[in-house]
Design a protein around this ligand. Structure first.
Ligand code: BG6
Ligand code: MG
Length: 219
C-alpha cells in the first residue's frame, strides 16, 4: 500500500533546475568552460561539490585548483543561485503539484522532501508549501549523494515507513537510480525511457493521486 510520497525538489516541485544551470554556466564560462543544456542533465540531482567536480573534470582542469579555491567557486555559484531564487513565489510551483500535496494530505499519505539541495527549506518557504511536509531530509547529514539510496532511505526512516510503501518522484537519472536502489517505486518526470522509471510522465500535470494509486497497486 502506498503510504508516503518522497519528493525531489529541483525540477519536480519547481523549475529551479534552470537557475542551477544558469549559475553553473556563468561560473564555468569565467574559467573558459562552455556548458550546454545536454551537459546539464549530468548535474541534475548531484550535490554542489560533486557538480563542480563534474564541470572541472569536463574542462580537464580539476587539479589546477586547490581545495580552498574549489570551495570558493562553489560558494560563488551558490551566491549567484541564491540571487536567482530570492524572488520565487508560489506561482512557480509546477503544474498539478499543489493539488497533489492537498490530495495526499487529505488521504493520509505522508509527504517528504528528499532533495540534495541545502537551499531546499528556504525554497519550500518561498513557495509557501512547507506546511505540507511531514519531514525534510537534511542533505548536510548524508554521507552519500544520489545515485546512492541514502537520501530516500533516510526520508522513509524519518517517516517510520517501510521503503516498499514509498513512492519517490524525480526528474534526474541519478535520482531514479537512487529511488530504485532504495527499493521504492520510482516516478520519473521527463527522464529517458531506458533508465526504467516505474511510471514516466512528461509533465507534472500528469501527476495525480489517482495515477499514483493505480500504478502503485499494479507494481
Ligand atoms: C539538486 C539539484 O536538487 O540539488 C542539483 O538538482 C544541485 O543541481 C543540488 O547541485 C545541490 O543544491 P544546492 O542548492 O545545495 O547547491
Ligand atoms: Mg531534481
Amino acid at each position: 500500500m502506498m503510504k508516503a510520497v518522497l519528493f525531489d525538489l529541483d525540477g519536480v516541485i519547481t523549475d529551479t533546475a534552470k537557475y542551477h544551470f544558469k549559475a553553473w554556466k556563468h561560473l564555468a564560462s569565467a574559467i573558459g568552460i562552455s556548458l550546454d543544456e545536454q551537459f546539464n542533465e549530468r548535474l541534475k540531482g548531484v550535490s554542489r561539490m560533486d557538480s563542480l567536480k563534474i564541470i572541472l573534470d569536463y574542462g580537464n582542469c580539476f587539479d589546477q585548483f586547490t581545495a580552498l579555491e574549489r570551495e570558493k567557486m562553489a560558494e560563488q555559484k551558490n551566491y549567484a543561485y541564491k540571487q536567482l531564487i530570492q524572488e520565487i513565489t508560489p506561482n512557480e510551483l509546477l503544474p498539478g503539484i499543489r493539488k497533489l500535496f492537498v490530495d495526499l494530505r487529505d488521504n493520509g499519505i505522508k509527504i517528504a522532501l528528499a532533495s540534495a539541495s541545502k537551499n531546499g527549506p528556504y525554497i519550500l518557504e518561498r513557495l509557501k508549501i512547507d506546511s505540507f511536509f511531514d519531514t525534510v531530509v537534511d542533505p548536510a547529514k548524508l554521507r552519500n549523494g544520489k545515485p546512492d539510496p541514502e537520501i530516500f532511505l533516510t526520508a522513509a526512516e524519518q517517516l517510520g515507513i517501510d521503503s516498499k510503501e514509498c513512492v519517490g518522484i524525480e526528474d534526474s537519472v541519478a535520482g531514479i537510480k537512487s529511488i530504485h536502489a532504495a527499493g521504492m517505486f520510482a516516478v520519473g518526470i521527463g527522464v529517458p525511457e531506458n533508465i526504467g522509471a516505474d511510471l514516466r510522465v512528461v509533465s507534472t500535470s500528469e501527476l495525480t493521486i489517482e495515477s499514483l494509486f493505480s500504478h502503485f497497486k499494479h507494481q
